[in-house]
Design a protein around this ligand. Structure first.
Ligand code: FAD
Length: 514
């Protein structure tokens, strides 16, 4: 300030060379401070305010007369830790500027966060005569920063707690971020799970293009990782893109940034094992049914052959009676005895050739799983015939105590019937709906089709052995519903059919829980 005595008073004067501000009129300094948007104050060496600009008055709410002569501590909200002031003053006493954040209180009692810079002002003898304080209210900026930090912490905890593995890769496949589940994957897919999975996708999925995936992301794909002496692992992988704006100063006015790929990986090994199990039991049921059909055919062929014997004898006896109507009682009795003996042997043979029922232990059975299995077996046939299946399972279905293979065959039979009913109708909607319901003491399964239906007068007969509504020549012997009823009876359940000609069929099966 002492230099102001030598200042040129011509307001239009321009510094003759860079840094030469001696020619600046003295009022420019004052006006600059007065008009600054920063809150500026000047104190004596004891922090008593000797000057405050209008911005200071706006920010703090104090008028000039109210602060002149007061210590700057008038602004303190008394929550800033003493250590902050101690280090501030230590720095100032070393004649060094200090910058930091203080919690201030305005005249009206409201608080704000001040970003304050204090600069000691020295005289010619290098003694501190004054302090120049400049501060601005950074409450909003601080709030936003905290909010961003809170959100980051929140997102990180959510991402870390997620059961799916997540890893952020840059365009050179370098790992930038990963969550806990991904870190656990390193145990199974060391050293770099992302690399291993991308390579496996490249190898196993013909349409997968690694470079393109990193640039554009990719929809979920399943991949299998084989391991020595251990079961293979299955993963579902998906890549989504994340664009980040460049935060450097030089990019402030440009819209440039970086592109990353978030690889989301879910271990679906257990699901795959369950699917394999369901498929295996489906195939078992299919084979069992084929075996049943084969043995029914064998039994019936045998029965036809066996019945030939007594029938031939009866025919021979009838012919003899025709030729010799006066045949005596003795000869007639012998003839009937022979027929009875051969007939008895035939019956014994037939009884002996009835295939034994497969011995299957009762066990907890989930009917949803059984039905899904049957639908899976029938999928090619349903697709081939253009039949739409509406699958409406009860979400939490209790187990029944049942015979899984018999139940599989029961529902396969009922669905086979539904398919044939629809196919016989030839026109109209082609739909089957399968519903499971958890009732109080039983599970109810409803199989409804939009097929030809059964005439009312025939409904009471459909469970009779060898009864069929199909015309001759079709591969039916009319034992399907008899077998279905037998399975339901063995489970102490109930089966009923509700139908009308041309209006489809509704089959209701009830299987008790125990
Ligand atoms: P104080 O008793 O004032 O001081 C706390 C510590 O600082 C003690 O250890 C004490 O020994 C030391 N100390 C205090 N004054 C001096 C001194 N003159 N020389 C050496 N050591 C000293 N504070 C705010 O809270 N908000 C502000 O906006 C603010 N602006 C300031 C602007 C300027 C230009 C200056 C110089 C100071 C400013 N201060 C500000 C600091 C303020 O003067 C007080 O030091 C502070 O508010 C703490 O007050 P206190 O009454 O709690 O403690």
């Amino acid at each position: 300030m002492s230099r102001s005595t030598s200042l040129n008073s011509d307001p239009s004067a321009v510094p003759s060379e860079p840094g030469d501000y001696d020619q600046l009129p003295p009022q420019v300094f004052r006006q600059a401070v007065e008009q600054s948007a920063l809150a500026i104050s000047i104190t004596d060496a004891h922090a008593h305010i000797v000057y405050a600009n209008p911005a200071f008055q706006r920010v703090t709410g104090y008028t000039l007369p109210e602060v002149i002569g007061r210590n700057e501590s008038i602004l303190s909200y008394r929550v800033t830790p003493p250590i902050v002031y101690e280090s501030m003053w230590a720095q100032l006493l070393r004649q060094k500027p200090w910058n930091g954040l203080l919690v201030n209180r305005r005249k009206d009692g409201s608080r704000y966060l001040a970003d304050l810079t204090i600069t000691p002002v020295l005289d010619e003898e290098q003694n501190i005569t004054h302090y120049l304080g400049m501060h601005r209210d950074v409450t909003e900026m601080h709030r936003l920063e905290r909010q961003v930090r809170n959100q980051k912490t929140l997102i990180e905890s959510v991402v870390d707690a997620a059961q799916v593995a997540m890893v952020l890769l840059d365009s050179r496949e370098r790992v930038l971020l990963s969550n806990q589940t991904y870190k656990k994957l390193i145990g199974d897919l060391a050293p770099d799970p992302a690399q291993l999975l991308l390579s496996a996708l490249e190898r196993e999925v013909p349409a997968f293009d690694r470079v393109n995936a990193l640039a554009s992301g990719f929809a979920p794909l399943e991949v299998r990782i084989d391991r020595q002496d251990r079961e293979p692992l299955w993963f579902s992988c998906a890549g989504s893109l994340i664009d980040e704006q460049d935060t450097s100063a030089e990019a402030f006015y440009e819209n440039r940034g970086y592109r990353y790929m978030l690889l989301v990986v879910q271990d679906i090994s257990e699901l795959k094992r369950q699917q394999d199990h369901i498929r295996a039991s489906g195939l078992r049921a299919l084979l069992t049914e084929q075996e049943r059909v084969r043995s029914v055919r064998e039994t019936l062929s045998g029965a036809i052959y066996q019945l030939g014997g007594p029938l031939n004898m009866i025919a021979a006896a009838a012919k003899l009676l025709e030729r010799q109507p006066q045949l005596d009682q003795q000869a007639l009795k012998k003839m009937f005895d022979d027929v009875l003996r051969v007939g008895g042997m035939t019956l014994d043979n037939l009884n002996a050739s009835i295939p034994a029922l497969a011995q299957e232990p009762l066990q907890p059975v989930n009917l949803n799983a059984i039905l899904q299995n049957v639908l899976w077996i029938l999928t090619p046939r349903l697709l081939g015939l253009g039949i739409v299946v509406e699958w409406r399972p009860e979400s939490l279905l209790p187990n029944v105590n049942g015979l899984p293979t018999s139940l599989t065959m029961l529902f396969k039979q009922l669905l086979d019937n539904a398919i044939e009913g629809i196919d016989a109708k030839r026109q109209g909607t082609r739909e089957i709906s399968v519903t499971t319901l958890a009732r109080e003491d039983h599970v109810e399964v409803l199989i409804e089709d939009s097929g030809a239906g059964i005439a009312a007068e025939l409904q009471s007969r459909v469970f009779e052995p060898f009864f069929t509504t199909k015309t001759r020549g079709q591969p039916h012997i009319g034992m399907g519903l008899t077998m279905a009823q037998d399975v339901v009876m063995r489970h102490e359940g109930l089966i009923e059919i509700d139908s009308a000609t041309g209006q489809g069929c509704q089959v209701r099966v009830q299987i008790p829980y125990v």
